[in-house]
Write a protein that binds this ligand. Structure first.
Ligand code: NI
Length: 181
């Protein structure tokens, strides 16, 4: 888990829980006119992600249907916070990787998901500069998982409908219990 000494509680945003229509929607591209919105979202999304705690958070998960996400997939002990705006996967390796994935929008639910092991992704960073990186392993999985969120896709959409229905029923039951306190 990521070390998070100081999180300003005023920055925290509520995370949408599945099923929710915003989580199923295709998010719109971030335009130049959104610079202010994005600048405001970045610290709030990082605070919300670290607090959860999680390693990635996409804007639709906090109710903003725009194409951006934040991540921090540690490199050993080193934090590696990243912001990806308008990300695009431009190449994927034929070889695959399996990770047990979870999602802050499906709390306490996990399933093994198979995805390309290496991806090449093009995006704009927090400063609006174009970047391109090649990612491998957990970072590659995280990028694909977060990018899925921008297309209304959740990790459970990659598994069998039998397993998906089981997870969604379990989640609904747990959320109901939680709401009852
Ligand atoms: Ni997620």
């Amino acid at each position: 888990m990521t070390d998070t000494p100081d999180i300003d509680p005023a920055l925290l945003l509520p995370i949408l829980i599945a099923p929710h229509p915003v989580l199923k929607a295709k998010a719109r591209a971030v335009a130049n006119a959104d610079a202010e919105l994005i600048r405001g979202l970045i610290p709030r999304m990082f605070a919300t992600m670290y607090k959860a705690p999680g390693i990635g958070l996409a804007a639709p998960q906090i109710g903003q249907s725009v194409r951006m996400f934040v991540m921090d997939v540690k490199d050993g002990e080193t934090n590696r916070p990243m912001v990806m705006v308008n990300p695009e996967i431009i190449a994927s390796s034929p070889d695959l990787n399996v990770y047990e994935e979870g999602c802050l929008s499906l709390p306490q639910q996990f399933a093994e998901v198979t995805r390309p092991r290496i991806v090449r992704v093009r995006f704009e960073n927090a400063q609006g500069m174009k970047e391109e990186i090649e990612a491998d392993g957990l970072l590659a999985t995280c990028i694909q998982h977060e990018l899925d969120h921008l297309n209304g896709v959740l990790f459970v959409d990659h598994i069998s409908s039998l397993k998906r229905n089981m997870i969604m029923r379990k989640l609904a039951k747990e959320q109901k219990l939680k709401a009852q306190g």
